[in-house]
Write a protein that binds this ligand. Structure first.
Ligand code: GLP
Ligand code: MG
Length: 448
């Protein structure tokens, strides 16, 4: 068996309750009081029940907070020895996953994950006797406590118009209410929970957000000024839709927001990932900010933020961590903070975005089974040097830095794909680089 944990915890198609039971036993070996939450997936209760059985049978205590967004689980983990979120985030409905949080509300780092993985692989856990099994408790105030904390720490005075798209997921229980409580006029879409994600799939990309974008365009034709905030399946991510009904370019929004955080807090360190555009460096140049790049994944970003005492860390996937408020990536808080930013600059979202210059960014994902990813990447690293005439950087996958742009080829840690990401100053160079990257991956696959 390969590694269980990827970019964002354990994530699998048809995740087996047998694995969840073992994860529970392994957790109980190290952590006594554990809080457990889940997203809306149809297998959520099954996995939660199996994991809980493992924790109890390992002698641990479980407090369940039922269906919640990941940031609510992470926030509440601070009152326990550890937290477990049962979610597959942006993956399609047939997936599920298990993500662990420590008592600082931080997603488990590699070392913490490795400890659990080793216990599972070696079956180095104990099933305690009848007199030592744990119990289950319920905490019905978990969402309320989170919301009260966020409301205390975020200030928005203007009455914004917001369309909140919850993806039929756990954001339904929090996001529309929090935007209303902060003073917005809210229209919510895909806001009834359904683990089949019938309104739209949980990946908040342009294809899946088409109807919400059209809706915003339609609303604003009557002179209103709505922006959209759309979440993924567990609301640790946020994608914004501007007043013109366009999905805000991920890299531009990240650059704009990073600049805002530097101006607001005075903290001159921003953490981002190797797949982020060079726009962020350029847009913040005059502020003398250090941009620190890590491998993809909120776990890596959070770790680097702590190491560098950075207040903000964000990925172009829309996973942003606001270290001054809490350390779990939080798409709901990110949405509220985008409003704070608009108020700070007294500008529309489209105005801010249109002021930022852009390069050509292209993204493609090529299907590749998890078991083949390592071999494909070895081939890409070995043969890519010849094609791109440069030695790749290997912080995450292979990144070829060229004169007119860069190509990043990396295995997704959450889905059965190899991702190819390209940035260049003009369209033709970008297209050419993307084609070369795709061909390299396809050659690698056929050489297996
Ligand atoms: N929380 C993580 C993010 O941090 C990450 O950016 C994203 C994509 O990861 P990958 O490209 O490895 O599939 O997955 C999850 O949502
Ligand atoms: Mg997510």
């Amino acid at each position: 068996m390969g590694r269980l944990f990827g970019t964002s915890g354990i994530r699998m198609k048809n995740l087996s309750p047998k694995i969840a039971y073992k994860v529970g036993l392994a957790i109980a070996k190290k952590y006594k009081n554990v809080v457990v939450g889940r997203d809306t997936r149809t297998t959520g209760k099954l996995i939660e029940t199996a994991l809980t059985a493992g924790i109890l049978n390992g002698g641990g205590e479980v407090t369940t907070i039922d269906i919640v967004p990941t940031p609510v689980l992470g926030f509440n983990a601070r009152n326990y020895d550890a937290g477990v979120m049962i979610t597959a985030s942006h993956n399609p409905p047939e997936y599920n996953g298990i993500k662990l949080f420590n008592k600082n509300g931080l997603a488990f780092n590699k070392k913490e994950e490795d400890e659990i993985e080793e216990i599972i692989f070696k079956e180095d856990f104990v099933e305690v006797g009848w007199d030592k099994v744990g119990d289950i408790w319920e905490d019905c105030r978990a969402i309320r406590n989170y919301m009260e904390y966020i409301l205390k720490n975020v200030e928005v005075n203007e009455k914004f118009n917001v369309v909140v798209d919850c993806a039929n997921a756990s954001a339904c229980l929090v996001s529309p209410y929090l935007f209303t409580d902060i003073g917005c006029h809210v229209i919510s879409v895909n806001s009834h929970m359904d683990g089949r994600f019938i309104g739209r799939l949980p990946e908040p990309d342009e294809k899946n957000l088409r109807k919400t974008m059209d809706m915003i365009k339609g609303l604003n034709m009557n002179g209103d000024s709505y922006i959209g905030i759309a979440h993924d399946g567990d609301a640790d991510r946020m994608v914004a839709i501007d007043e013109k009904g366009r999905v805000a370019d991920f890299d531009k929004l990240l650059a704009a927001f990073s600049r805002y955080m530097v101006e607001k807090t005075g903290n001159k360190k921003i953490v981002t990932t190797v797949d982020a555009s060079m726009i962020i460096d350029e847009y913040l140049k005059d502020l003398d900010v250090e941009i620190i790049r890590t491998k993809v994944g909120d776990v890596a970003v959070a770790e680097e933020m702590i190491k560098n005492s950075a207040v903000f860390g964000g990925e172009p996937s829309g996973t942003w961590i606001h270290g001054d408020i809490h350390l779990t990536p939080d798409g709901i808080l990110s949405g509220l903070r985008v409003l704070e930013m608009l108020e700070f600059y007294n500008k529309k979202l489209y105005e801010i975005l249109d002021e930022i210059p852009s390069y050509v960014n292209l993204r493609e994902k090529i299907p590749c089974e998890d078991s083949k990813k390592e071999k494909v990447m070895n081939y890409v690293i070995e043969n890519g040097e010849e094609i791109f005439k440069t030695v790749p950087e290997t912080v995450d996958g292979a990144r070829f830095n060229l004169e007119n742009g860069w190509v990043l080829i990396r295995p997704s840690g959450t889905e059965p794909y190899i991702r190819v990401r390209v940035e260049a100053k003009d369209k033709n160079s970008a297209k050419e680089l993307l084609e070369k990257g795709i061909k390299l991956v396809k050659d690698a696959l056929s050489a297996l």
